[in-house]
Design a protein around this ligand. Sequence first.
Ligand code: SF4
Length: 383
Amino acid sequence: MPHDVAAAYATVAARVGPLLDAIAHERLALPAPARDAVLLFARRVGSLGDESEIATLFELDTLADIADEEDPRAFDLAAPASPDTRSGVRARQSHFSASALNAYAECARKWFYRYVCSAVEDAGSSASTYGTAFHAALEDFHAEFPQPDPTHETQMRTRLSGYVNWSFERFRADFGTAVELELQKRRAQRTAVRYIDWLLAEARRAPFTVIGREIAADLDLDGFAFIGYIDRLDRDDRTGAVSIYDYKTGSIATSAAEYRDKVREFRDFQLPFYYWARTALGDRVTRLALIPLKDALLDVQPVSLEVVPVAAPERLRGEPTTGTIAVADLERARARMIEICRDLTSGALQQFPATSDPSACTYCAYANACIDRPHDDRERFGR
Ligand code: SF4
């Protein structure tokens, strides 16, 4: 075994107990042939009687020679190296993103794995490819239909169906199997029908123009550069007010109040970041909304927050997917983003605690390697 590898094992053994025990009980992983060789070696050494037998085994005349500094065959064991001085971790990225801060807010350990170690490459899944393909289809669709018009309903439905087909074909290779591709495409087609239903209802209520698709959002927050992409940006044709939309193909808050709480509790920075990025460019942003595109069986009904000077109390009746958020809440979110960036770049962070919320681990790419992940009761028969 190479010297440095053996030294690494010896170092780890200082934490896990006797090295050979750890190898024998598979607490320390070793390739099978190396493991068998190590254990055989240990057994043979253990079975030797006295020093002379060991000396014979290692072709040394006597062990006494080893200790004799005058003897040219003698060698000294190296003194153990002193450990490096512990120092903190510093974020290395030149740009921050709202999703990186969301990851940090969700689980500091996950942020460390993903943004500091780049520990594993997330291979993605058919669910994430579904999201990518659907985003691309809607981007193409709104390039052709920036002003949804109810008199063009048939044409809009036909064209979106075509864009979905084309987009899912483009990403064909990223779906595991042809069956998976077909299932996800059908799911997207059903959801697209509901998307058009909602789009037409919106256009009838208040005509609007899609002024941005996958549009870059740059923002400098107190010297920290942020970058992101806004899925869709609309301008109300009558008032000029701007709405920011984020397509969501995964699980999201089910009510406006729930989403507003996430912003207030600094668990979600995405829409606040977009708000400040567009406000800095002079837009009058009055609405922030998440568009759910996950469930083909449900109507598309965005979780929408109107930006107001003072937020209304939570609604007890009426439509739970619409609500308000105060500018002060968005200002606090912005201040917290700056604070987190300062922490991450200070070099003072030495600990990245694992989350206490098991649901954060469900799709975490590091779950298999994360020894501190919280126990999930739903897995009690699965681990
Ligand atoms: S498995 Fe859970 S605790 Fe571990 S890094 Fe991922 S989210 Fe955090």
